[in-house]
Design a protein around this ligand. Structure first.
Ligand SMILES: [Zn+2]
Length: 59
């Protein structure tokens, strides 16, 4: 079975591929890193904006 790597769009195989659905270890690590940093950014931003909206309400 042939699959497309979701990270670099390269055609790779599902069988005998330890990094599936990615084409290589590099793509797998890149995807995990991107996902983790995005989660942290959203979590930190949410807390910040919640504080700000509360202050501007009372004028
Ligand atoms: Zn790839």
């Amino acid at each position: 079975m042939r699959i497309t790597c979701p990270m670099c769009k390269k055609i790779t195989t599902w069988e005998e591929n330890p990094w599936r659905p990615f084409c290589s270890e590099r793509c797998k690590l890149l995807d995990l890193g991107a996902w983790a940093s995005e989660e942290y950014r959203i979590a930190g931003k949410k807390e910040e904006s919640e504080d700000e909206t509360d202050n501007t309400k009372d004028t």
